[in-house]
Design a binder for this molecule. Structure first.
Ligand SMILES: [Zn+2]
Length: 241
């Protein structure tokens, strides 16, 4: 059965969910606003010392601070659906970037870098590939800048026999599978991704607009409705002196 993208989105709206384009898991933090957003701005501008090119890219983007965002990953395992709740540190849609206002400065810089990588990716790149690319580029950068890893346990990094630290492609791919609900094979082309369930018998919705019967290991992410208290970071302040 063929279902158009618009119909998928209508179905998702009907159940109060939207598909998240770029979330990733968060370690900890509390919500806030006002002075928190000042701190966020100050932290971003610390990049002027080392990464003026990254700050320069922000003038073509709309940057918003928000409360930590809750996401849900559904996994079909052992013949039933289970739900895992996680948090997203940042998101990107086209040229709009959201950052959680509670992130410690080191993590905030990594998150910003990750989201800016997304804004440079070609729209035709498949979403799982976008995440693998953004995690890999960002991890490389955080290693170089001696900033915290994007993974709480440093698992996104590995040390080569010559002592060099590099991003771990295996750990990053694994995270994109488990943290996002993407189907990423070890090799070969990406299969159509599951983006939701349907009321059709045993059905899942795929991102190519089709449906099929559910399979063991199927997984997808949804974002429940929530108040994020989004505040625009004044664009005129996002520049190096
Ligand atoms: Zn991402």
């Amino acid at each position: 059965m063929q279902i158009r993208q618009a119909q998928i989105e209508a179905l998702q709206r009907a159940v109060g969910r939207i598909i998240e384009r770029c979330p990733y898991e968060q370690v900890s933090g509390d919500s806030g606003s006002g002075s928190e957003d000042e701190r966020l701005l100050k932290c971003i501008l610390e990049l002027c010392k080392t990464d003026r090119d990254v700050v320069a890219k922000l003038k073509r983007l709309k940057l918003l601070a928000r409360n930590p965002k809750r996401v849900e990953v559904y996994l079909f395992e052992g013949g039933e659906w289970t739900k895992k709740v996680g948090k997203s540190k940042g998101s990107t849609r086209d040229t709009t970037v959201w950052l959680n206002r509670d992130l410690p400065c080191g993590e905030l810089k990594g998150t910003l870098y990750h989201e800016v990588v997304h804004t440079d990716q070609p729209p035709s790149m498949p979403r799982p590939q976008k995440e693998i690319d953004a995690y890999t580029q960002t991890e490389q950068w955080t290693i170089k800048r001696k900033l915290p890893s994007q993974s709480a346990d440093n698992s996104f990094r590995e040390t080569l026999p010559d002592g060099t630290t590099v991003p771990s492609s295996r750990a990053i791919k694994d995270h994109v599978r488990r943290g996002y609900g993407f189907n990423v094979p070890d090799s070969g082309p990406l299969p159509p991704q599951v983006v939701g369930r349907t009321d059709l018998p045993g059905g899942v919705l795929l991102d190519d607009g089709t449906t099929r019967a559910v399979r063991e290991g199927d997984s997808f992410m949804v974002v429940p409705k929530q108040e994020l208290n989004e505040q625009l970071i004044p664009p005129e302040k996002l520049k190096c002196s």
